[in-house]
Design a protein around this ligand. Sequence first.
Ligand SMILES: Nc1ncnc2c1ncn2[C@@H]1O[C@H](COP(=O)(O)OP(=O)(O)O)[C@@H](O)[C@H]1O
Ligand SMILES: C[C@@](O)(CCOP(=O)(O)O)CC(=O)O
Ligand SMILES: [Mg+2]
Length: 366
Amino acid sequence: MKNNDFNGNYDCNSDCNCILEQSPSKIILFGEHAVVDGYPAISMAIDLKTHGTIKKLESKKIKVNLEDLNEEIEINIETEEEIRNFLSLDINTIDKNVKYVVCAIKNTLNYLNENTNPDVNINDLIVPFELTLHSETPVSCGLGSSASAVLTTIKLVSKLLGSELLVRLLPSEDFTSLSNLEMAEIAYSVEKEIQGRASITDTYTVSMGGILEITNNEYDPNNLNNKFVEFIKTCNFLIVYVEERSRKTAELVQEVGNNSKKDEIFSKIGEIILKLKTCNDKVEFGNLMVQNHNLLKELNISTEKIDQVIELGSKYGLGAKLTGAGGGGCAIILLDDDSLHKKELIDNLKKISVKGIFECKMYLES
Ligand SMILES: Nc1ncnc2c1ncn2[C@@H]1O[C@H](COP(=O)(O)OP(=O)(O)O)[C@@H](O)[C@H]1O
Ligand SMILES: C[C@@](O)(CCOP(=O)(O)O)CC(=O)O
Ligand SMILES: [Mg+2]
């Protein structure tokens, strides 16, 4: 990534014929972990973005620059054998830091290969490229940085190959860019392949934007009634990056999956969401957030410092809960309309040295 205007808009130098893409992150308002077992979850895309560029290379390789992780990877695609080896790569054999983006490239190439005219030779389909990512979202803290990085990668790879196919191989009506639903599905295949246990919440929220309810691990835009969505849009959330996580999402989701109390706790979280969907009162909404948090505490995925933030959020705001897989990471606080309370809250959060405080807006796909 060459330069940026410090407004979250990243660009390459003018002489670079890059394709630029970006994706939001997300907060889970209610239902994390329970949603993996089919219970409902309510999530919202937020305007912390992962930016990416992609450009064609002359040399027969795929070059990946992950600026936030200070990682660079090169994949040779000189021969058909090297291409096929990459497309059939066992993702759990590579370094854990790069596996989400590498898996996103692999799964996108496989999807395009399976859904493009069979006459297209694989050596023609897989063009060499250099892909670079940079994110505004703190990595691995419960805001869906994995889903955001994966979606940006899928958008970049499919857009480059699409433009190439349009130019070289197929009449335009044969290849259209992937739909948000197709990209969400590919992204979910990545999180599932890496994590074993995963719901579609992060990947569909980041791909579709707005506010979603996921139930039975399915996305239905009609799940949420407009009145409830309009009410959530009146809510102001403070996102607090409390502390670095001790474990990755994959480990946390496995841990919860092995917890003997999970079914009883998930059922109670499901009851909270049933109450929530007829809620149009911020005090009640905040209380339900704390109830959801206390159930997540029983799953041993909160921490002492997160609980301190939840107390501050309840004292100076209307309620709070951890968001995402837990084990540290982020909490969300529902603010009241009193700016003095907000100032006191932020002053007290700074006193306990939280890692970051974000005031984000809901992100809507254009
Ligand atoms: N900006 C990024 N660039 C490259 N990979 C990323 C980026 N952000 C996240 N990732 C990948 O996602 C992993 C974190 O995913 P996860 O543990 O699910 O945390 P989160 O709660 O942020 O989704 C990182 O270890 C890395 O592999
Ligand atoms: C814990 C879970 O419900 C959300 C994980 O979110 P994140 O990766 O911590 O941002 C897992 C899932 O839904 O796949
Ligand atoms: Mg994740």
